[in-house]
Design a binder for this molecule. Structure first.
Ligand code: PHE
Length: 337
């Protein structure tokens, strides 16, 4: 059979192949081990050297032509395949992207900012301090001497290592150490709030090992319990957007205040109407604490309070289990967008 004829036949066969698989079969029919051209190639062994050279060259030309035809057809078929895919897999470029979603402030942080905002608006400074605290600031300076049973009011996480003066370190159990730290830095009159994280060995529906408090400190020469009651009542009414809230001071005990009080509030309307709810510890700064601040208790009077930010948040939004704040369940958190 003539070489030109084989080339021609191959070209026809290739263009008749309607998909890649069919094309590869046709390829085998010409270029495979028993293919037509291969047979031709095997035949030249019998020829004399001159003829063999001539025939060999001609076969190579034919093989090249068949290869080219094969490649061309492959290209055509794979282009067609791509076109078909592009036509079916439609991408709607106008669809909005999946995006990362907008984050939102945690409800406790919202309370934190809201409390800060309200107290700033009546002239309080805002400060923060270390969560890893020296035992001295957390307890001793606040009139809880070493081994004093009052320390057991707050179950404490101690940390390995000591502060600069060799005193043990712990995770602060309240924001009250900020009273002393701040009084070291600033002379009276002092109007301070210090929000932040605090830690205790506690875990149930209303306690978490990590929680938040906001400390208030007001030192001047002419403040009294009625001033504290006035600003705290005003704060609660603004915070809960409820002008009917009543406030009472109930006698209590803290080592660092004397006298000490628990602040209770009373809603006339809403979900908690008719109940007195405990909202904050408070009291007049103890003379020993004033002395530890470097102040003379004969000249200065101070008032302090410490409120839980989780508690304020739970009451504001009607959340019943504090653990919900820390479970990172987006279905819960998204309600506070
Ligand atoms: N630090 C106290 C507590 O965590 C609250 C408090 C602060 C009480 C300031 C009186 C004055 O329980």
């Amino acid at each position: 059979m003539d070489l030109e004829l084989i080339v021609c036949e191959a070209k026809h066969a290739f263009s008749a192949a309607s998909d890649i698989a069919a094309l590869e079969n046709e390829k085998a029919r010409f270029l495979g081990k028993t293919g037509k051209l291969t047979k031709f190639l095997k035949g030249i062994g019998q020829l004399d050297p001159d003829m063999r050279k001539k025939e060999g060259a001609a076969i190579n030309v034919a093989k090249h032509q068949i290869d080219m035809a094969l490649q061309e057809r492959r290209q055509v078929l794979s282009d067609a395949l791509l076109d078909a895919r592009l036509a079916t897999e439609i991408i709607d470029v106008t669809l909005p992207g999946r995006g990362m979603g907008n984050g939102t402030l945690h409800p406790v942080l919202k309370t934190w900012e809201r409390v800060e905002y309200i107290f700033r608006s009546i002239g309080f400074d805002v400060a923060d301090g270390p969560e890893i605290e020296s035992e001295w600031f957390n307890f001793t300076a606040l009139n809880s001497p070493e081994n004093h049973p009052a320390r057991s009011m707050q179950d404490t996480f101690y940390i390995e290592g000591n502060d600069d003066t060799g005193k043990p370190l712990l995770l602060r159990t309240h924001t009250s150490p900020m009273q002393v730290r701040y009084a070291y830095m600033k002379k009276p009159p002092i109007k301070l709030i210090a929000p932040g994280r605090t830690y205790r060995v506690d875990f149930d529906a209303t306690h978490s090992p990590m929680f938040h408090q906001i400390e208030g400190l007001w030192i001047a020469d002419d403040v009294s319990f009625s001033d504290l009651k006035g600003i705290y009542t005003d704060f609660l009414r603004k915070f809960f957007e409820n002008d009917d809230i009543q406030v009472r001071f109930r006698p209590s005990y803290f080592p660092f205040t004397e006298p000490s009080a628990e602040i209770d509030m009373y809603f006339q309307t809403g979900k908690n109407a008719g109940k007195w709810l405990e909202i904050s510890g408070a009291g007049q700064v103890h003379p020993t604490v004033l002395r530890n601040m470097g102040l003379d208790p004969e000249c200065h009077v101070g008032f302090a309070f410490g409120s839980g930010l989780e508690r304020l948040t739970m009451l504001r939004y009607g959340v019943e289990d504090l653990r919900l704040f820390y479970e990172n369940d987006l279905r819960f958190l998204r309600q506070f967008m």
